[in-house]
Structure formats: C-alpha cells, structure tokens
Design a protein around this ligand. Structure first.
Ligand code: FES
Length: 271
C-alpha cells in the first residue's frame, strides 16, 4: 500500500504536472479525469493520497473526487498489476469467443475479474466494447489492441507478459508500456510514440474501400472529404474528388446501391 502522503519531492513534481493539466481547460475541475490518470501513473491506482492531492489542487472535496474516480472503470481503487489484460466480453466479442477467452485466462492465471496475480504482474479484467468489433474477439493490454484472439493466442500472450518478454500489439504502438507509463500518456504527457505502428487494420480499411467504390461520402463532403483524404489514399482509394461522376457524391438511399458490386470492385482491386 502507498503512504498516506507524498514525499516532498514527489509532491512538488505532482503539483507542477497538475498545474500543467489544469492550464489546458477553461474550468479547473474539467482537469480531474487526466489528473486521476496522473495519480495512477505514480501510485498504480487512484490512492487515497492521490484523491486528497486532486481535491486540494482543484479546491473541491475528496468526496467529489471519489465520486468521479468510482464512476469510471479505467480508474482502479486498489493497486493494479503492471499489465492490465482486458478481455472484451461485450456482445459481439462474447459470441465470437470472448467469454471463452476470459474463462481460459482466468483459469490459467488463477484470478478473476479485476484481480491481480500474486507477483503483481497481471490484472485480468472483463472489458466493455472497445470499438474494435471488426477484430472480435479483442484483448487489450494496457489499452493496446490485440486483435482476433483465441484462447490459445491469449494464453500465449499472458505467458509472454508473465515471463517479462515484450509483447507486440496488432495496431498502434510496437510494444506495450507498463500500466504506470500508459497512465501518464492518458494524463496527456506524450511519450513520443504516438505514430508507431499501423493506425488502422485491414478490416476497417475494407469498409472505406467499399464506400469509395460506391462513391459514398459524408453529408459534409467538402470539409470532411479533405479531412479523410490521407486515410482514403492509405487504403488505396482514388484521390478525393476523383470520383468520375457528380452522382457519386450522393449518399445512396435504400435500393440505390449495390454492395455486391462494391465488394466485387474491392476484390478486383485486391488482385
Ligand atoms: S464488442 Fe468487443 S470490441 Fe466491440
């Protein structure tokens, strides 16, 4: 367990970081969420002393800070493992094998939901949807994606973590930082690794290609199309504006599109 208060040097650096976070917002109390991540980056969870420090920095009560900290499942109220292994057991991942993966890992590690292995290395957790349903079932290690998992691959993953070997997410960062390291990033202090690894996987880009093949764009196509141009081009689509027909700019209504033709077009493109 942590001490009741921070040592003077740590208290000073925490205060400076709190001030930097608060300065990002018009209202100081809006800074509470990243401040709680910062507390986790120091203590490995939202400690009593962290709650007191947040309350003092923002001029609010500890009860108010606790009310926020207990609302969100990303904030841990007891020491978390070095690696948080979250298995999505929300609807789609569950039917695609997420429940089976969670049960397998729970048996393998000897811990249940929100419990930590005796060596403090791994906390196992059931997660809600992580907006990665196209890669179901998904496992996240400290919020990095491991797509299309199976009980076997997930077991290998936790064995690598338990052995102290680096693990490599499917997308994003090339390796996974510790829970404390990632918590500091979530507090808004960049680690310089934001551009590592692929940002989007093939399943997501396929949808984009189908949209492009049908000429589907968003209703605010001028501004939005420009904003998404780099992603579209990364997916191998024609440059924005090169649709060949003004009709192609219309979002089709029921019966006006031919997804089958689009898929065939994508399939041709992939050959
Ligand atoms: S249901 Fe698992 S990522 Fe959406």
């Amino acid at each position: 367990m942590t001490e009741q208060t921070y040592a003077p040097e740590l208290a000073t650096s925490l205060k400076a970081d709190f001030a930097e976070i608060v300065a990002r917002y018009p209202q100081p109390r809006s800074a509470l969420l990243p401040m709680l991540h910062l507390v986790q980056s120091v203590d490995g969870y939202v400690s009593a002393r962290g709650i007191a420090a947040c309350a003092e920095a923002l001029g609010i009560t500890r009860a108010e800070v606790s009310a926020v900290a207990t609302f969100y499942s990303q904030y841990k109220r007891h020491p978390n493992g070095e690696y948080n292994v979250g298995v999505c057991t929300n609807a789609l991942c569950a039917v695609m094998g997420g429940d089976q993966i969670f049960e397998t890992l729970s048996d393998h590690l000897g811990v249940g939901h929100d419990e930590t292995t005796a060596d403090g290395r791994i906390t196992l957790e059931q997660l809600e949807c992580n907006a990665a349903c196209d890669y179901a079932p998904v496992v996240m290690v400290n919020w990095e994606f491991f797509d299309n998992q199976t009980p076997t691959s997930a077991t290998q993953l936790v064995d690598e973590i338990a052995a102290g070997r680096p693990v490599h997410p499917t997308r994003g960062a090339t390796t996974v930082g510790t829970f404390k390291e990632i918590s500091r990033v979530l507090a808004g202090f960049e680690d310089g690794r934001a551009d590592e690894g692929p940002g989007a996987g093939e399943a997501s880009l396929l949808g984009l290609r189908i949209a492009r093949a049908n000429g589907w764009t968003s209703p605010h196509e001028g501004h939005e199309a420009d904003r998404h141009a780099p992603l579209a081009e990364a997916a191998g689509a024609a440059p924005v504006g090169d649709t060949g027909s003004s009709a192609a700019h219309q979002v089709p209504t029921s019966g006006e599109s031919d997804p089958g033709a689009a898929r065939r077009a994508v399939s041709e493109e992939d050959k």
